[in-house]
Write a protein that binds this ligand. Structure first.
Ligand SMILES: [Zn+2]
Ligand SMILES: [Zn+2]
Length: 368
């Protein structure tokens, strides 16, 4: 076992004990065996899922340390874990959110089975050794964790975008089978929409359009252009379907990725702006009970459209995201807009959902 300066004493962590209730608590530093490791958390990204678990819209088994997008340095690692993951003490890594048994076929391929012990930020602290979430000074890595090494030259807050970027590759490149030279429309300029721009550009898309809601999304649309979008469409000013059709000679784009939350109108827009035989990726959750009135079943059949649902990020997409982070586009750093200390975790989550804050990507940082 290799260990470096494991701090004496205890570990501070943010514990959610009920909907909207976060408390700072202290836990013992876990003992590490041959197959596991301990991460000193430097930053933990937050996304829409954090807002849903914080409010209670997505229920948790309390008490739980939230946070499924951690970046940190290995401070202790067992010999077998070091050999298997090819990492050592002092290395900076990011983690796939899903933990697994570490033994089944899925886990060995890097697509964790999630049966045991579950997903980072969703495992109660009553399960030893308690440190299962990223809103903490330290995080426990069981044998079924999947760390990806990030080189030291990557700025911490850029590295913390790995989960959003992973979704960009999973949703906008791998799920639709994006080809080099393809045309793409991304609906919604949030973390995942912007990450979809970066990922489709990196994968060789020839044309990328992004939609947003005028004033509220102005800074995000400007960033989308800096990240390589060819067209940014303010849907309060322009009909996105007209704009996309005009930009593609009336044909429509090969791939549409809907990342918009709540709104169902973009789903109908997507079906109208995709080319015959094209693919519509449905990534934005609309909330339980939502229906799309006027869903054009015949149009989908006659135009041979492909609809693909997506959720979370697979191993290949994480690997591509980390590869991209090694040489990130210059504008990527501007996706990170806010950071908060552990003691302000609730403010961090509220900031993400407050339209007046112009937030895109936010980190919680134990050292802040
Ligand atoms: Zn997330
Ligand atoms: Zn497994």
């Amino acid at each position: 076992m290799r260990v470096q300066e494991i701090p004496e004493g205890d570990v501070a962590a943010v514990v959610q004990t009920g909907p909207g209730v976060l408390e700072l608590e202290r836990f013992a530093v876990p003992a590490i065996g041959p197959d596991d490791a301990l991460l000193q958390v430097e930053a933990c990204g937050i996304c829409g899922t954090d807002a849903e678990t914080f409010s209670g819209a997505v229920p948790l088994r309390y008490p739980v340390i939230p946070g499924h997008e951690p970046v940190g340095r290995i401070v202790a690692i067992g010999d077998r874990a070091a050999a298997r993951w090819r990492i050592g003490v002092g290395d900076r890594v990011v983690l796939q959110a899903d933990l697994g048994c570490g033994r089944c076929g899925g886990c060995l391929r890097g697509d964790q089975c999630r049966v045991e012990p579950g997903t980072l930020g969703f495992i109660p602290t009553t399960r030893p050794p308690s440190l299962w979430g990223g809103y903490a000074e330290m995080l426990y890595l069981p044998s079924g964790a999947v760390p990806h090494r990030v080189p030291d030259h990557v700025p911490l807050r850029v590295a913390a975008l790995y989960n959003a970027l992973g979704a960009g590759f999973a949703w906008a490149v791998h799920a639709p089978g994006l080809r080099y030279g393809a045309t793409v429309a991304v609906l919604g300029p949030g973390q995942r929409g912007l990450a979809s721009v970066v990922a489709t550009r990196a994968a060789g898309a020839a044309f990328v359009a992004v939609t947003g809601l005028g004033l509220r999304d102005g800074h995000k649309l400007a960033l989308a252009a800096e990240l390589g979008a060819d067209a940014v469409i303010d849907v309060e000013q322009d009909d996105p379907v007209d704009r996309v059709l005009a930009a593609t000679g009336g044909e429509g784009v090969d791939v549409v990725v809907d990342t918009t939350p709540h709104a169902t109108g973009p789903v109908l827009d997507a079906l109208r702006m995709v080319r015959t035989g094209g693919t519509v990726v449905l990534g934005g959750l609309k909330g339980a009970g939502h229906r799309v009135d006027g869903f054009p079943v015949d149009d989908v059949a006659l135009r041979r459209l492909r609809l693909v649902g997506v959720r979370a990020v697979d191993h290949r997409s994480f690997a591509h995201a980390v590869r991209l982070l090694e040489r990130p586009p210059a504008a990527l750093a501007a996706m990170h807009t806010h950071h908060f200390g552990l003691d302000r975790a609730a403010d961090a989550v509220r900031c993400l959902t407050d339209p007046s804050k112009d937030a895109i990507a936010i980190t919680i940082e134990p050292g802040a």
